[in-house]
Every structure is written in structure tokens, then in C-alpha cells.
Design a protein around this ligand. Structure first.
Ligand code: MGD
Ligand code: MGD
Ligand code: SF4
Ligand code: MO
Length: 697
């Protein structure tokens, strides 16, 4: 009998533990006991192994032909072509004409090697990744306040003992289903509070006992939080001892929130005054209070300030860095946490170091065996990187590893136009994603169960993802591809294709940095002992952060007073609504993977725009009927789903679909000035009914 392999799910940051057992019919998936999932998996996890043997899998390098079709090629031929074109592009237009786009699904080893490959082998500063769309606002806020960004600075299990949990803009019941078991304690105590413009599956969990669902206008969370801070201060609910001992900046905060009196907050957010007061009172009841944020409040042009306001509220209540309370953000992608630590961000070197810091450059250059001056400087954040495609002095060649940007980046039409203007696009993927379909070269890579690696979960725990099956003969690991390309490019430095060796190097490169992994090794991780970073050599890791001090030099947290910039809610007149975009249980991200799983596609074959029955009636749109949404950027046509679960001024569209149904045809590429996060969660759209015949004409 083939032995079972203990590993983790390929998808989200909960990194549910699973066992994979190969047999004649394929690979059997079973849930495995682990603190985050307690043996549970969601539908995506259960069906994940089907993709290993998908008939749509790319099994050979594919080269675009003069007639526009793809033809298979040998690895020699494909790699020679890619290296030749990259070298020529660099020689003619400079190293920064080559861009690299990474992903938060890559293992730590791949993310690390991608950053090194971009800086050393290509000599380009222009690398960034899809985590810019995902975690950047919360990460920026965490760095600013605490001096360190680890999504949850405590263990997921700690939530079990909470009496009150405030979830701001996250639908965990659909985005991380096994996570909701950790909310049981708060639910039983009547203390689960969910803030979401939609009555989601997560909001419904507040129905037990005395939980609360608060349904604000989209994008008004910053005002809501400023109002709550004002109540906490004026009703003397502040933990003054904690604020004095552990923070700086309270006075400026107090001065800044005075104008957000409750009636004014009600007017801007639509949240009644009584709910605001009740919410503030409950949060201050402690101990056992946690505040969690998700993409709903972070994916806005003021996302960093909104996350900062949530942190300020947590700090004045004395929640952060204690054994029984906390603040955290729910990281999304499988390696969303590790993916933001090892150097695929444009401003970053491994160990969560700043690329502009001379000491960091010297350390990392030492590990890489090059002179610090040979490392490029800071590059462009993701949205700017994509906008630079085809621009003068911009990107002419692009390598994509682990993202489907023509579906998932904002202002999709502009991204498509940018790609069309490139000289050369290389995509590494397992499938012809909508982005791979536009490439000049597609390099087929190994899937999660076919390679060794490590991932860092939403709680900062480094885990081993183990190989369970052999890869098909024609595909290669990304580490192998980096090595082969680096060799062809005569690159300085060593590029091992062995994940354990790359991990050892990553650990050395991270030593002394914020995200220090230097005490870790495959040997240690193979014991499955919990390993939370920072894990410096000689330590046993850090399950709970900030218990004694924050990561700023003086050990104190920064309360940073922030203001709401635009407080005018868009006018809801005629057919104008506020579009919010997000997720369905069955699909993952741009859908490249889950739209290829029959069970998931059958359950959710298409995008449906969720809108309130009263709004649908007013606009003459039938439940299940066709409608058109249009913004200044583009137009989407899809069917309607009438539901009283959404505010009447709001429409929701999932972003998992392509073609006419691609939500990002509508979104704008305006970004948060601090984090570079696009505004996925607030777009003004006009909505109108379509005759069925006209829909697809
Ligand atoms: N099924 C599934 N699970 C996933 C993923 C997936 O694609 N599919 N992706 C993973 C990844 S990468 C991520 S980042 C996470 C994301 O996980 P979540 O943050 O839970 O996901 P979203 O659906 O993007 O947004 C959450 C909620 O925000 C609400 N929202 C929208 N606008 C606002 C607003 O202005 N204010 C407030 N308060 N709420 C608002 C939406 O109604 C939505 O219910 O999920 C991870 N898990
Ligand atoms: N409108 C709207 N847009 C959004 C969001 C939203 O809420 N609303 N959410 C944003 C968020 S939070 C995120 S995280 C992004 C995600 O969106 P994307 O960045 O597009 O992420 P995926 O769809 O997971 O794309 C991963 C691609 O890489 C492939 N892949 C998976 N693993 C690997 C690997 O190890 N190596 C390589 N080479 N390829 C791999 C998959 O097959 C897939 O084609 O979308 C963002 N876009
Ligand atoms: S919750 Fe996330 S990690 Fe767990 S099975 Fe589902 S997709 Fe996989
Ligand atoms: Mo994400």
C-alpha cells in the first residue's frame, strides 16, 4: 500500500492539515488533526487533489507561434528562448525593463528565490506580487503601530477562550470555514459581532444569543472606528494604565476623534447610535476581547488608515500583547504571511528587511555572495508595476509566478492592454489561466502535492508541506526553473533546486531581521512541533508576540491618529449603487483552479450579482434575470441574485470569474497611498436590467 503523506491544503492561509493517500483512482484527501482546522476541511480542500490529474493540466512548455496558437517545446528550447529574450531586453532597454510578478501562494522557498532571482539574475528592482492586493494595508498598519507585521500575533486557538470577538469585513464562514469553530466560545457568550454590509454566513453566526450584526455603508468603517474610539474615550472606557505603560500617541488620538460624535457617525455609516454605544461598551467589557480585520475593511483607498483605527481602538482598550485579548488581521492566501517576508515585495529583502536599509543590504548581499552595491533599489508596488507595462521607460518583459492578473488585478481592461503592449510575457502555471493564455511562453510547474516546501500560516506558524506524489514527467519545479535560467543568464550567486537547501539559505538571510527564521530547519519542522516566528537560532519561537514589548526600538506601540479623508457617501440615485466584490465558498481567487473542479463549478457555475429585492424591483431586474453593471472603467453582464441579505444601496459581485463576468472590469486602480492596496471594495456602478437575448449578443 502507498503510504499516506501528512501535508496541508493548497489554498488559503488557514493551511488546514490533510493526509494524501495515492491509490489507483487518484489521490484520497482526508482531514488531519491540527490546531487550526481540528480535522475539518472545506469543499475546496476536499476536492483539491482532483487538479493533480486534471486533463487540462499543461504538461510541456508551450511557445506561442506566429499564428497565435501555442505549440509544445522541449525545456531546453523554452529556457534558451526565455533567457535569450530576457538578456536581449535587458541589454537594449535596461534591467528595469524586466518585471517580475509573484504570488502569496508560493512556498517560502519559491518566494525567496524569486526575489533573489529578480535582483541578482535579472538585476531588476521591478518585482512585486499579488499580496499587494491582499495584505498590504493591514501589513502597513501593523508595521507602523507595532514595528512588526504578523497577521495574528497570537495563536488561532487562543480565540477559543474569548468572550467578545469583533470581526470587521471578513466572511470567515465562507472564506475559512473550519475557522468558525474557534468562534464557539464567543458565540456561546453572545459576544460575536460582525461588521459587514451584507448579512453573510458569518453574520448569521451572531444569531445565537446576543451577538450583533452591524451593516454599515461600504467604505464607512474608518468613520465607524473613529466614532467608537470617541465613545470609548468620552465614556472613560480607556485602559489608561496600559496606554501609559505600552503606547505613545494617545493625546493626539484624543484630539483627533472629537468631531466624530455619535449622531454624525450614524449619518455617515448608517449604524444607529444605540448600536454604536452598545458595541463600544461590549468591547470594553474585557478581558477576552479580540478585534479582527479582513479584506472588507482593508481593500480601500484608506485601508491602511482603517486598519490603523482598528489597532488604535485595540490599543486604547489594552487588548494587544496580552495573554487573553488581541488584535489581528486574517491573512488570506496559503502563504500570504510567508509571501510577505522573504523579498518578493518591491521594497523588501528577506527577513522582512527594508531594501533601502544599508545594514540589511550588506547582510543579504553577504549571504548571496555579492557586493551590496550590486543590489537594485526599491521597485514599484503591484498596481504601478502593471501600469508600467508598455509605458516609456516601463516594463517590456514580464515574468508571472502565481497570479492571474488579468482577472484579479483592478481595472482589468487596462491590465490586458498593458500585456498586449509587452515585448515578452512568460507565465509559470499548471493551467492556461486567462493570463497564461496571453503569454509568449508558458512554463508548466509542479503542484503543491508534488513538491517539498514550507508555508507560513495566518498565525505565523511555519509548516512543512510535503510531497505526496510524483509530478508528471514534463513539468518542473520553479526552483529548478530559476536555477536553469540563472545559469543561462550567467547570474552571480547560487540557485539550488533543492527546497531544503533553499530554506537553509533563507534562514541565514533572515537572521537578525524582523521575520527571523534562523533557528528553523527542515529537520525541526519535520517533527511537526509548532514553530512560530520570530524563531532566532537558539530560541523556541514566539506563539504570542508583544507580551513584554512591541518591536519598535523603545518597545512601545504607536497610536497613530488618522482622519477620514472622504466622508461623503456616494449618492444612491437612479440606478447608481455601490459595488463591493469578494468571495464565494466554492471558488478560490481568480478561479483558475476551482473552476476546473467539476463539483465546485457545478455548485457555482457563474457570477451572480447580489442585490436587494427592493432594489431589483425598482430597477426592473428579476431574480435570476440578466443585468448590466457599468463603471467608469468597464461593463459586466451577468445574472442577478435577489437577496434581502444585502443593503439596498449596495451590490455584491464575486471576482472568481472571467470574460463578461469579470468583476475587475469595473474596479478602479486607485490605491491606498501608503500600502498600494487597490480599492476592490467600493466602486460606484450603474445597474440596469437587460433583456435575456441582449445579454450575450
Ligand atoms: N472560498 C474562498 N476562500 C478564500 C479565498 C477565496 O478566493 N475563496 N481567498 C483567500 C484570500 S487570498 C483572502 S484575502 C481571504 C479573504 O477573506 P475575506 O476577507 O473573508 O473575504 P472577502 O469576501 O473578500 O471580503 C469579506 C467581506 O467583506 C465585506 N465587505 C465588502 N466591503 C466592505 C466594507 O466596506 N466594509 C465592511 N465592513 N465589509 C465589507 C463583504 O461583504 C465580504 O462579506 O479569503 C481566503 N479564503
Ligand atoms: N475585485 C476583486 N479583486 C480581487 C480581490 C477582491 O476581493 N475583489 N481580492 C484580491 C486578493 S485578496 C488576492 S489574494 C488576489 C488573488 O488573485 P490572483 O493573484 O490571481 O491569485 P490566484 O487566482 O490564486 O492565481 C494564482 C495563479 O497561479 C497559479 N498557481 C498556484 N500556485 C502556484 C505556484 O506555486 N506557482 C505558480 N507558478 N503558479 C501557481 C494558479 O493556477 C493561478 O493561475 O486577488 C485580488 N483581486
Ligand atoms: S479553509 Fe482554506 S486551508 Fe482549509 S480546506 Fe478550505 S481552502 Fe483549504
Ligand atoms: Mo487575498
Amino acid at each position: 500500500m502507498t503510504p499516506a503523506t501528512s501535508t496541508h491544503c493548497p489554498y488559503c492561509a488557514l493551511q488546514c492539515a490533510m493526509t494524501l493517500t495515492p491509490d489507483v483512482g487518484g489521490v484520497t484527501v482526508a482531514g488531519r488533526a491540527f490546531p487550526t482546522n481540528r480535522g475539518g476541511l472545506c469543499k475546496k480542500g476536499w476536492t483539491s487533489a482532483e487538479l493533480l490529474s486534471s486533463p487540462e493540466r499543461i504538461l510541456e512548455p508551450m511557445l506561442r507561434q506566429p499564428d497565435g496558437t501555442f505549440a509544445p517545446a522541449s525545456w531546453e528550447e523554452a529556457l534558451d528562448l526565455v533567457a535569450g529574450r530576457l538578456a536581449a531586453g535587458r541589454a537594449e532597454h535596461g534591467a528595469d525593463s524586466v518585471g517580475v510578478f509573484g504570488g502569496g501562494g508560493l512556498t517560502n522557498e519559491k518566494a525567496y528565490q524569486l526575489g533573489k532571482f529578480a535582483r541578482l539574475a535579472l538585476g531588476s528592482s521591478r518585482i512585486d506580487y499579488n499580496g499587494r492586493f491582499c495584505m498590504s494595508s493591514a501589513a502597513a498598519a501593523g508595521n507602523r503601530a507595532f514595528g512588526l507585521d504578523r497577521g495574528l500575533p497570537f495563536r488561532v486557538e487562543d480565540l477559543g477562550a474569548a468572550r467578545t470577538i469583533l470581526i470587521l469585513g471578513s466572511n470567515v464562514a465562507q472564506t475559512m470555514p473550519p475557522f468558525i469553530a474557534h468562534l464557539d466560545g464567543a458565540r456561546k457568550a453572545g459576544g460575536l459581532i460582525v461588521v459587514d454590509p451584507r448579512r453573510t454566513a458569518t453574520a448569521r453566526l451572531t444569531d445565537d444569543g446576543a451577538g450583533m450584526h452591524i451593516q454599515p455603508t461600504p467604505g464607512s468603517d474608518l468613520v465607524l472606528l473613529l466614532g467608537l474610539i470617541n465613545i470609548v474615550i468620552s465614556e472613560r472606557l480607556v485602559d489608561t494604565d496600559y496606554v501609559a505603560r505600552r503606547t505613545v500617541g494617545f493625546d493626539a488620538l484624543r484630539r483627533s476623534v472629537g468631531r466624530w460624535w455619535t449622531e454624525r457617525v450614524q449619518e455617515h455609516t448608517g449604524v444607529p447610535v444605540w448600536q454604536l454605544r452598545e458595541l463600544a461598551r461590549r468591547l470594553a467589557e474585557g478581558p477576552g476581547t479580540y478585534i479582527l480585520t479582513g479584506r472588507g475593511v482593508e481593500q480601500h483607498a484608506d485601508g491602511t488608515d482603517t486598519a490603523t483605527a482598528a489597532i488604535n481602538l485595540s490599543l486604547i482598550l489594552g487588548l494587544v500583547g496580552t495573554e487573553h485579548s488581541g488584535y489581528g488581521t486574517l491573512t488570506g492566501q496559503g502563504n500570504g504571511q510567508g509571501g510577505r517576508e522573504h523579498g518578493q515585495k518591491c521594497d523588501q529583502l528577506p527577513g522582512y528587511r527594508k531594501i533601502t536599509d544599508p545594514a540589511a543590504r550588506a547582510h543579504v548581499a553577504g549571504v548571496w555572495g555579492v557586493h551590496p552595491d550590486s543590489l537594485p533599489g526599491q521597485g514599484l508596488p503591484a498596481v504601478e508595476l502593471l501600469a508600467a507595462m508598455g509605458e516609456p521607460g516601463g516594463i517590456r518583459c514580464l515574468l508571472v509566478h502565481g497570479s492571474n492578473v488579468v482577472v484579479s488585478a483592478p481595472n482589468a481592461d487596462r491590465v490586458r492592454a498593458g500585456i498586449a503592449a509587452l515585448d515578452f510575457l512568460v507565465v509559470c502555471d499548471f493551467f492556461f489561466s486567462e493570463t497564461a493564455a496571453l503569454a509568449d511562453v508558458v512554463l508548466p510547474v509542479t503542484q503543491w502535492a508534488e513538491e517539498e516546501g514550507t508555508m507560513t500560516s495566518l498565525e505565523g506558524r511555519v509548516i512543512r508541506r510535503r510531497r505526496a506524489v510524483d509530478a508528471p514527467a514534463g513539468v518542473r519545479s520553479e526552483l529548478w526553473i530559476f536555477r536553469e535560467l540563472a545559469r543561462r543568464l550567467d547570474a552571480p550567486g547560487v540557485y539550488s533546486a533543492n527546497p531544503a537547501e533553499v530554506f537553509d539559505e533563507l534562514c541565514r538571510a533572515s537572521a537578525g531581521g524582523t521575520a527571523d527564521y534562523s533557528g528553523l530547519s527542515y529537520g525541526l519542522l519535520d517533527t511537526d512541533e509548532p514553530a512560530y516566528w520570530p524563531y532566532p537560532a537558539g530560541s523556541t519561537g514566539t506563539p504570542r508576540l508583544f507580551l513584554d514589548r512591541f518591536a519598535h526600538a523603545d518597545g512601545l506601540a504607536r497610536i497613530v491618529a488618522v482622519q477620514a479623508r472622504s466622508t461623503d457617501a456616494p449618492a444612491q440615485v437612479g440606478g447608481t449603487l455601490t459595488l463591493i466584490t469578494g468571495r464565494l465558498l466554492e471558488h478560490y481567487q481568480s478561479g483558475t483552479q476551482t473552476r476546473r473542479v467539476a463539483e465546485l463549478l457545478t455548485a457555482r457555475p457563474e457570477a451572480r450579482a447580489q442585490l436587494h429585492p427592493a432594489t431589483a424591483d425598482r430597477l426592473g431586474i428579476a431574480d435570476g434575470g440578466w443585468l448590466e453593471l457599468s463603471s467608469e472603467r468597464g461593463t459586466v453582464r451577468c445574472r442577478a441574485e435577489a437577496s434581502a441579505d444585502i443593503r439596498a444601496d449596495t451590490v455584491f459581485l464575486p471576482f472568481h470569474f472571467a470574460g463578461d463576468e469579470c468583476a475587475n472590469l469595473l474596479t478602479d486602480d486607485v490605491t491606498d497611498p501608503i500600502s498600494g492596496m487597490p480599492e476592490f471594495k467600493k466602486t460606484t456602478v450603474r445597474v440596469r436590467a437587460l433583456q435575456e437575448a441582449g445579454a450575450r449578443a
